[in-house]
Design a protein around this ligand. Structure first.
Ligand SMILES: NC(=O)c1ccc[n+]([C@@H]2O[C@H](COP(=O)([O-])OP(=O)(O)OC[C@H]3O[C@@H](n4cnc5c(N)ncnc54)[C@H](OP(=O)(O)O)[C@@H]3O)[C@@H](O)[C@H]2O)c1
Length: 297
């Protein structure tokens, strides 16, 4: 695997002599992004695995070596909330690989809390990573994807379809991404670019631990919401006890990279399909609210 130089680029670009398709993936230091980078490389893609701190590429490096695909993965620095880095990373990728065939918007971060416990700053920060980051990277990638007739896959969530208790900032951001992508899909299709969203349910990754939650303290501060928050946490811990392995979610993403005509909305598991199906068939919204109300009782 080519390694990053101090400027955050790679020490051995010049991949223009490597034939084949190139995919850029955001947020590949852990979880679904890491697994997708390895799976894409295994499927033969020249994989530009981006992360905000390339010093954290060791886990990806090990997984790539174990899979025998280290030579097809190039690490680049990309913080999706930094427009200058986004522009530079996309330009550099295309200069080095000659083309960009696919973008996987994967970077994201959870945020637990109801509106009375969450500052506007925290709402904005959640929107920055999960929504504006996707906007920024997608805009920078589109000219190159138009040139290649490529595609955009964006990892949203079942929480981008069904609002979940105590996830108001996160679900608002994921709903925004779904609306953005659903609006973009027909427009991008007119210039030959495919757009799909990937909707995982609970996946085993750093997603929960990276939020640094102190659950007893959160419940202690939750006042009138304490019992509902505790019920929600118990419910979600149950869901995460049978979380889908990240490699399985990654396999669904790579299938969407490879498919001739992937669907617009792709769930990564039967559970996610069934759960989002509740909403998609629920015109008056009654069924969904009844369902999620059960989580906080
Ligand atoms: N795990 C689940 O249950 C689940 C369910 C539904 C949807 N999702 C979605 O799946 C995607 C991947 O999450 P995951 O489950 O793999 O969790 P994860 O292990 O926490 O991975 C999230 C990745 O996003 C990166 N990231 C965060 N902020 C970033 C920024 N500003 N710029 C670039 N990268 C940034 C993180 O990088 P650092 O290492 O630098 O923090 C990390 O590599 C996210 O969009 C998440 O919302 C996850």
């Amino acid at each position: 695997m080519t390694s990053p130089n101090p400027a955050g680029s790679t020490d051995q670009p010049g991949s223009t002599d490597q034939p084949g398709r190139t995919v850029l993936i955001t947020g590949t230091s852990t979880g679904i992004g890491l697994a997708t980078a390895v799976a894409a490389a295994r499927a033969g893609w020249n994989t530009v695995a981006t992360m905000r701190d390339p010093g954290r590429a060791d886990a990806l490096r090990r997984a790539a070596e174990e899979a025998g695909v280290a030579d097809r993965i190039q690490v680049k620095r990309l913080d999706v909330v930094d427009p200058a880095l986004v522009a530079a990373c996309l330009e550099e990728t295309v200069a080095e690989h000659g083309r960009l065939d696919a973008l996987v918007n994967n970077a994201g971060a959870g945020k637990v809390g109801t509106v009375e416990q969450t500052s506007t700053r925290e709402f904005r920060d959640t929107m920055e990573v999960n929504f504006f980051g996707v906007v920024e990277v997608t805009r920078a990638a589109l000219p190159h994807l138009r040139a290649s007739g490529g595609r955009i896959l964006t990892v949203t969530s079942v929480g981008g379809v069904i609002g979940q208790p105590f996830n108001e900032p996160y679900c608002a951001a994921k709903f925004a991404v779904e609306g953005f992508m659903e609006s973009l899909a027909p427009v991008a299709a007119t210039v030959g670019v495919g757009v799909s969203v990937i909707e995982p349910g609970a996946v085993a990754s750093e997603f929960v631990t990276s939020q640094g939650l102190d659950i007893p303290a959160m419940v202690g501060r939750a006042g009138p919401y304490a019992a509902a928050l505790q019920a929600y946490i118990d419910h979600v811990m149950g869901l995460f006890s049978s979380a889908q392995p990240a490699a399985q979610a990654a396999a669904v993403i790579v299938e969407a990279l490879e498919a001739e005509h992937p669907a617009f909305r792709i769930q990564t598991s039967d559970w996610a399909r069934q759960f989002t199906g509740t909403k998609l068939a629920d015109n008056d919204g009654y069924s969904v609210v009844a369902l999620t109300s059960e989580w906080v009782r």
